[in-house]
Structures are given as C-alpha cells and as structure tokens.
Design a protein around this ligand. Structure first.
Ligand code: GDP
Ligand code: MG
Length: 441
C-alpha cells in the first residue's frame, strides 16, 4: 500500500506544473490503494475529501509529495482515534474483564496473552473458562494457564457458562485477585445463540471491561462483525489478532473507526508473548508499509479507465449496484487477469463470489455472465426497466445461454446490491455530512 501511495505521489514532484487535475488523479490513485487494503469505501471517500480540503494551499507547498503523504497518515490515524479512553485497571480491586468474539478469532489465545501481560506487570491475575460450547475449550485454557502459571477456574461437567462465570468471579474475588479474565465461547456470526449467551454472561457478571477480539485478516467482514458485537454488548475496547500474517489490517481499521472503540493491543503470533500495545500511528504506518502488490496501481491504471472505475465506486457508494456495475466490474476482472486482487477492491464482492469453485471456473462463469449481459438493453442494465419473463426469454435466446443462467445472474446482482446496502448502511448520512462540512470551510 505504501508503495502504491508513493507511486501515486511520484507524479506530484515530477510535474513542474501542479494543478487541480493532477491532484485529483493522485487522490484517485490513493483511493484505489486504500480500497485494496480493505479500508471501507465510506472512509476512503471521507479521507480523500479531507485531504482535498487541506490541499488548498498545495500550490505553494515546496514538497507536495511529503505533504500529501503526511495527510494520508494523519487522516488514517485520526480515524483510529476512538474519542474515548480505554478502561484502565484499578489496583487493589477485582477488575472483571470479559472477552468476546467469533469462533477462531483468537479469544482464548489472547486471554492468555493478556493475563500474562498483566501478571508480568505485577497484577494478581487469573483466568476463567466460560466456554462450554467448544469441546476441549477447558483443556486448552487450563494448559495455557498452567504454562504461564496463572490460576484457572473452570468446570468440565457444568454445561451452563453463566453459572461458571458467576462461580469463577465469586471464587477469585474472595481471593483478592485484581484482573479476573473470562474467556467465552465464540460461534459463527449467524448463530443467534452466540449473542444470547454472551448477553447472559455479560448481565450476570457485569464486567468492568468487555474486550472484543477480532481476527485482523477478515478484511471487509470486520466492519459487520464489530457492529454486531457492539450492538449486543457494551464493547469497551478491541484487540486485533493475527496481524503477523498477510493481513493488511485495513478492514479492522474501518471496523474500529465505525464502532469508535479503542484498540488496546495487537496479536502478532501464536505465542503468549506475541502481544503488542497499540499505537495508532505505528499501526497506520505498518498498514501503509504492508502489501505485496508490486506495481498494482500501475496495472490498474493501465487496464482500467479510472474515470469509469470512479463512477463505479460512486454508484456503489450510493448503494446502487446495477447490472451495469456488475458488468463493468466483471470486465475489469477479465482485463486484470487476477480475480482475488481485484475482488478485494470492491467491498462485499469477495464474500459472494469466492465460493467453493476455482479461479478458473470463476473466470468462465464471469465470461458467461458477460455474454448474457451483452444481450441486455441499456435500460435493463441500468435497472430502469424490469426484466420480466418475456425479456428473460429474449436475453436467453440472444446470448445462447439457458434461461436458468440468466435468472442466476439476475439473482446474483440482487445479492450484490443487498450486501452492499448492508455493508454501507450509513453511507448516505456520511455523504451529506461531508458535504455540509465542505460548505462550512
Ligand atoms: P477462539 O476460538 O477465539 O478462542 O480462538 P483461539 O484462541 O483458539 O485461536 C484460534 C487459532 O488462532 C489458534 O490456532 C491460535 O493459535 C491462532 N491465533 C490466535 N491469535 C493469533 C495471532 O495473533 N497470530 C497468529 N498467527 N495466530 C493466532
Ligand atoms: Mg476459545
């Protein structure tokens, strides 16, 4: 990402004559680079609007490149400012800290890291296993607890996690423990039991702090997750895990910006020492420095007409995802020749398209869909006229594709549109807000 932004910026110093047009081009390149790192389209727009506003005097600036670069770091860092302080432990008191998050996010591992961190700083720390859902959860936590020599409470035979949590907290409070950590079970996003159980434990023990653990490699999906958890319980702060892999962390950044919860630590490995305290600016710099898509921006600018891509992003941002938008995206994918990298630029796309089938099959499917769309009229592509049974027959005949495929394609477009609406619920609000702010300036 850093390289891409640098590439975008290199135009600034090369060109002797600097004008608005060039600035717009540079900003567009930066937008694309940010979208590719899983930063939500809403924030990308906000960020480039903010930069644009601050660039009024850029004509006079000596080092324009440096100025814009600083602005990018500044704006991204600002996004991570939660506007509230994270909870701080009270010494000599029982601080109950509950961990929540999806299955596999890294809760149990992170509980242990967190416990180890505070123990090393001299706090009386202990662990409770309130995960009765996953087989082996008890053993997993007990093993780690033994390894890092931290007192552990659990009950292999009890099936009610609420009872365990209450009993565990009571036991440890009596023994004057200061950091009482509760590990809970995680499930999949769709399972309402997860949220029910979490709420029950939450209201039974009234934790002083509730930490949401999020897998940083989840990309765009992070935003939905963070919002859902925030809605269910009073999430006080966030720990992002698995930042040691190829994760770009941009999804996590958007999620945190949306929920306004402070990030307190980053998980950077499987070992219980792999926990870093969070510093917004270094996180942003790391994000900017990551990504191995060498020259990707050039490729994108070469093959895709930036204007139409921009139009496309604008439409998507408005929550409109027509067959035309789908067509444009599919064409771009074919031009780029790489599905995965392109997918990550478009919010939501990845989740839908990447099913069980291989990239080659995906490309074939895309080709078929494009053939079908070639047989549609402009009004049909733009969603101005509905496609009824009669049109279905016509399109099927014209494209030589079975009618089921035509229907499938239309369903697909509807799913895209729906997902995008879900991903960007507050898009319009933020749009109008930005405009109002722009007027004020
Ligand atoms: P839980 O289901 O949320 O409790 O998740 P676990 O703590 O059991 O972790 C799931 C997997 O992710 C395990 O294999 C962990 O070793 C791994 N894991 C957790 N945190 C990190 C991290 O920061 N980096 C890496 N590389 N792996 C992690
Ligand atoms: Mg666990």
């Amino acid at each position: 990402l850093g390289k891409k932004i640098n590439d975008a910026l290199s135009n600034l110093n090369k060109d002797y004559h600097f004008d608005k047009q060039l600035l717009n081009k540079v900003l567009k390149d930066i937008q694309l680079a940010l979208l590719q790192s899983d930063i939500n389209v809403k924030y990308v727009k906000q960020l480039s609007d903010n930069i644009l506003q601050k660039c009024n005097n850029i004509e006079e600036a000596v080092n324009k490149k440096k100025l814009i670069q600083q602005l990018v770091v500044q704006e991204l860092t600002k996004m991570l400012d939660p506007k509230k302080q994270p909870f701080s432990l009270k010494s000599g008191k029982p601080n109950v800290v509950m961990f929540v998050g999806l299955q596999g996010a890294g809760k149990t591992t992170t509980c242990a890291k967190y416990a180890n961190y505070w123990k090393k700083k001299g706090w009386r720390t202990c662990l409770i296993c309130a995960d009765t859902f996953r087989a082996g959860a008890f053993d997993q936590l007990q093993q780690i607890a033994t390894k890092i020599r931290i007192p552990f409470y659990g009950n292999r035979t009890e099936t009610d996690p609420v009872a365990i949590a209450i009993e565990g907290v009571k036991t440890f409070q009596k023994q004057n423990f200061e950091v009482i950590i509760i590990d809970t079970s995680g499930r999949h996003m769709q399972e309402s039991e997860l949220f029910d159980e979490m709420k029950q434990i939450y209201s039974a023990v009234c934790p002083n702090e509730c930490i949401f653990v999020m897998d940083g490699s989840n990309g765009q999906a992070c935003l939905n997750q963070a919002q859902a958890f925030k809605k269910a319980v009073d999430v006080g702060s966030v720990i992002i895990t698995k930042l040691d892999g190829h994760s770009k962390g941009g999804g996590a950044l958007s999620a945190v910006a949306a929920t306004e919860s402070p990030i307190i630590f980053l998980g950077t490995g499987e070992h219980f020492d792999d926990l870093e305290t969070f510093k917004a600016e270094s996180f942003v710099k790391r994000l900017l420095g990551l990504g191995d898509f060498k020259g990707m921006i050039e490729t994108v600018s070469e093959v895709i007409d930036l204007e139409s891509q921009q139009q496309n992003i604008k439409q998507i941002a408005k929550g409109q995802f027509t067959l035309r938008a789908l067509q444009q995206n599919y064409k771009s994918i074919l031009k780029m020749g790489s599905l995965n990298q392109f997918m990550s630029m478009i919010p939501g796309m990845q989740n839908i398209i990447q099913g069980q089938i291989s990239e080659k099959e995906q490309i074939n499917k895309i080709k078929k869909s494009l053939t079908i769309m070639d047989s549609m009229s402009n009004d049909e592509l733009d969603g101005i006229t509905q496609i009824t049974q009669k049109q279905l027959f016509r399109i099927s005949k014209g494209s030589g594709q079975p009618i089921e495929n035509v229907k499938l394609l239309i369903d697909e477009q509807k799913t895209f549109a729906k997902t995008l609406k879900k991903i960007m619920p507050s898009m319009k609000d933020s749009d109008s807000k930005t405009k109002r702010n722009a007027k004020k300036v």
